[in-house]
Structures are given as C-alpha cells and as structure tokens.
Write a protein that binds this ligand. Structure first.
Ligand SMILES: C[S@@+](CC[C@H](N)C(=O)[O-])C[C@H]1O[C@@H](n2cnc3c(N)ncnc32)[C@H](O)[C@@H]1O
Length: 218
C-alpha cells in the first residue's frame, strides 16, 4: 500500500497490520529510528564513537537499514538485522525504496546479501542478516543501539514482553539505547522492569508518542 507521505509499505490483510505507519512509512522510519535513535546516540550519548553496532528487531523491507547506511558515510556501522520471515524478491521490488532514496544499488545489495554472513554494503556499512526469532536472540553487551520494530502489541503481544526486553537489555553495551515506535503503557512498564530508563517522546506524524530506553543510568 502507499502511505500518506507517498512511500510504500506492506499491508497484511489477515492481521490488519502494516510494516510501517500508514501515515507515512518513510517519515516514521526517519523520525523514530534515525532522528530519535541514531542521531540521538551519536550526538548525545557517544559523539566520539569510532564504530557503531546496531541491532534491528525486524529487518523486514530493509528501510531502516537503508536509511542508516545513507546517514553518515564516514562512520563505520555494523548493522545486524534479525528477521524470522524474510520478504520475497517481488515484495522488495514493489517497495521501490532504492529509487525513492536514489540508492538502488545499495538497496539491492542489502537484499542480495546472504543470510548469516557479514557483508560489506558500502565502504563503511556492514550488514549481517540473521534469520531467527526474536524469542531466540542471545546477544550479550555487543550493541550500542537497538531499533525495536516488531509488529504492534495488538497483533503480536508475545514480542513485547518482559522476557524479550530483558534479552534486548542484555544485548546492549553500557549506555546503549533502544528506540521503538510503540508507546503503549504495558510496553513502557515492561521496558522499565527490564532495567531501561524510559522516556516518552513525540511520535512521527499521526502518532502522539514513542518510547526510548537507555541502559546504564539510574
Ligand atoms: C514492523 S515489521 C518490520 C519493519 C522493518 N523494520 C522495515 O523497515 O521494513 C515486523 C517484522 O518482524 C518480523 N517478525 C514477526 N514475528 C517475528 C518473530 N517472532 N521473530 C522475528 N521476526 C519476526 C516480521 O516478519 C516483520 O518483518
């Protein structure tokens, strides 16, 4: 489907759920993950970092990965995208993000990259796509930033639990940051119970609020 800002997303009719906000897929990705996550981490948390490690829950169409690769060409980024149900080549083509962002070669390379393998997409951006379930992630202190982009708790409540957020907390290094588009009260409480210091922040167009959690501050 085409969202309100003209960018595409995938609509799952059976679940009445989208991969992105119907109010604007590109606007949402830029606001939640790039501005409130990446930009914040690099400017406010660790401006002198020399290699940034990002974990995404839900690689999906690869829009967040593509925007991140275009963000700052001089900073080495190691990006791990986890995804249980990769989209098809036909769906990749239908998204049209490469053409929209004038980065078709990068977008194609991301989707051509083999799974479970670290692949250089540009001189500074390395991508590892792992096909596994969020429930099975077992990382420990190896990421600086998490993009938490699961389907919403209405559709998949089992992905927004204390267990999942404890595992995300463990995956982050000290001062690590998690951002998500969701602002539901139970999600916020689960993040806090997992150890995060949580802020409610303005959401993208069409959504009042989003959440950002930080590890390592009292
Ligand atoms: C909101 S979409 C992700 C959107 C994605 N970040 C993008 O930019 O296109 C949620 C993703 O989580 C994946 N997913 C659903 N259940 C999962 C699970 N249990 N473990 C891992 N991935 C899952 C879906 O296949 C989907 O790609």
């Amino acid at each position: 489907m085409t969202t309100s800002d003209g960018s595409k997303t995938i609509h799952i009719a059976d679940l009445n759920e989208q991969y992105h906000s119907k109010h604007g897929a590109l606007q949402e990705a830029r606001h939640v993950f790039i501005k409130t996550g990446l930009d914040y981490y690099l400017k406010e948390i660790n401006p002198s970092i020399t290699r940034l490690r990002i974990l995404e829950y839900g690689f999906g169409t690869g829009l967040n990965a593509l925007l991140t690769s275009l963000y700052e060409e001089s900073l080495p980024i190691e990006y791990t995208g986890t995804e249980a149900f990769p989209i098809t080549r036909e769906e990749v083509e239908a998204m049209d993000y490469g053409a929209m962002l004038d980065a078709d070669d990068i977008y194609q390379k991301m989707h051509d990259a083999p799974w479970e393998t670290k692949t250089s997409i540009t001189d500074s951006f390395q991508l590892t796509k792992n096909q596994l379930k969020f429930e099975d992630l077992e990382y420990e202190s190896v990421f600086d930033l998490i993009y938490f982009d699961a389907f919403g708790p209405r559709t998949q409540p089992e992905l927004w639990t204390l267990d999942i957020f404890e595992s995300a907390y463990k995956a982050l290094d000290t001062n690590g940051v998690l951002v998500t588009y969701c602002a539901a009260g139970q999600v916020r409480r689960n993040l806090i119970a997992a150890g995060f210091t949580v802020e409610r922040l303005p959401g993208p167009p069409g959504k009042r609020e989003m959440l950002r959690g930080r590890k390592g501050i009292a």
